[in-house]
Design a protein around this ligand. Structure first.
Ligand SMILES: Nc1ncnc2c1ncn2[C@@H]1O[C@H](COP(=O)(O)OP(=O)(O)OP(=O)(O)O)[C@@H](O)[C@H]1O
Ligand SMILES: [Mg+2]
Length: 244
C-alpha cells in the first residue's frame, strides 16, 4: 500500500467532539469540534489565552479534566492516560521545553524508546540530521534553549508517531535551527506523518499548513485554508494589522 492509501484508511486521524474544559469560571475550551486529515499539516492559531495549549493538553491526555470525545484513527482515546495515548501513536512537544538537564543529549533521546533495538543508532542519526551529533555526550543542561527544543522534537520522533502535536516549537529557537526544524517537519510529512502545529509566524503557517484552525476564547472561530482564514476580519485584526 502506498502512503496515500494508508492515509485514507486512517482518515480522519484525529477527531474531537464537543470538547470542553473549564478552569474556575474560564471556559478554556468551549465545545470544540474538529477533524484532522491523515497526512496533513494543520496550523492551530489564535490569540494568547485562546485555548491552544489546553487543546493539546486535553487531546494528549495530560489534562484529563475535559468533557467531550477524542478519537485517534477511529479509536476512542477519550480519558486514556498520556502514555497509552502515546503508545497509540500520538506524540506532542510542550510549549516550554522539557529536556532532562542531568542526562546526556543521547540519553534524552533514548528515554522515549519503546524498544531498545538499534535505538542508539537511530538517535545518533536524528542528531546528525539536525547537525547536533557532536553534542551526543553533552548534558541536556549545557544546550541552548533552542537546541533543547530541537532535542525535545527529536525525542518525540524516536517513537515513530503518526500524529505529532507541536506547541510553538520554534519559539526561542534561532533562525538556523528553525529552518532545520521546519525542514524536518516537511520531510516527515512527506513520509506520511501528520502534524498539528501552534505557531504565531503567519509566513510559516502559510508555507506549511494545508489547513488552519483559528481558536478564539476557547471556540473554533474559523477553519479553512490559509486564504480563507486570512480574509476573516478577526483574524486580520489579530494577525495582520488593521490597515489591510
Ligand atoms: N492549569 C490552568 N489553570 C487555570 N487556568 C488555566 C490553566 N491552563 C490554562 N488556563 C487558562 O485557560 C485559558 C487558555 O489558556 P491556554 O494556555 O490554553 O492558551 P493558549 O492559546 O495556549 O495561549 P498562549 O498563546 O499564550 O500560549 C487561559 O485563560 C488560561 O489562563
Ligand atoms: Mg499556549
Amino acid at each position: 500500500m502506498n502512503t496515500v492509501t494508508i492515509a485514507k484508511l486512517l482518515d480522519p486521524i484525529l477527531k474531537v467532539e464537543h470538547l470542553c474544559r473549564n478552569f474556575g469560571g474560564v471556559k478554556a475550551l468551549d465545545n470544540v469540534d474538529l477533524a484532522i486529515s491523515s497526512g496533513s499539516i494543520t496550523g492551530l492559531i489564535g490569540p494568547n489565552g485562546s485555548g491552544k495549549t489546553t487543546l493539546f493538553q486535553c487531546i494528549s491526555g495530560v489534562d484529563r479534566g475535559a468533557t467531550g470525545r477524542v478519537w485517534l484513527a477511529g479509536k476512542s482515546i477519550t480519558g486514556l492516560r498520556p502514555h497509552r495515548i502515546y503508545r497509540n501513536g500520538l506524540a506532542r512537544t510542550f510549549q516550554l521545553s522539557r529536556v532532562f538537564p542531568q542526562l546526556t543529549v543521547l540519553e534524552n533521546l533514548l528515554v522515549a524508546s519503546t524498544s531498545k533495538l538499534n535505538q542508539t543508532e537511530r538517535a545518533l542519526d536524528l542528531l546528525r540530521q539536525v547537525k547536533l551529533e557532536s553534542y551526543a555526550q553533552a548534558l541536556g543542561a549545557s544546550l541552548s534553549y533552542g537546541q533543547q527544543k530541537l532535542i525535545e522534537f527529536l525525542r518525540v520522533l524516536m517513537s515513530d508517531p503518526r500524529l505529532i502535536l507541536l506547541d510553538e516549537p520554534a519559539a526561542g529557537v534561532n533562525p538556523t535551527l528553525r529552518a532545520v526544524l521546519w525542514d524536518m517537519v516537511k520531510r516527515l510529512n512527506a513520509r506520511g506523518v501528520t502534524f498539528m502545529i501552534v505557531e504565531h509566524n503567519m509566513q510559516v503557517i502559510e508555507e506549511l499548513c494545508s489547513k488552519v484552525i483559528v481558536l478564539a476564547e476557547g471556540k473554533v472561530l474559523i477553519e479553512g485554508n490559509f486564504r480563507e482564514i486570512r480574509n476573516n476580519k478577526q483574524v486580520l485584526d489579530a494577525y495582520f494589522g488593521r490597515a489591510r
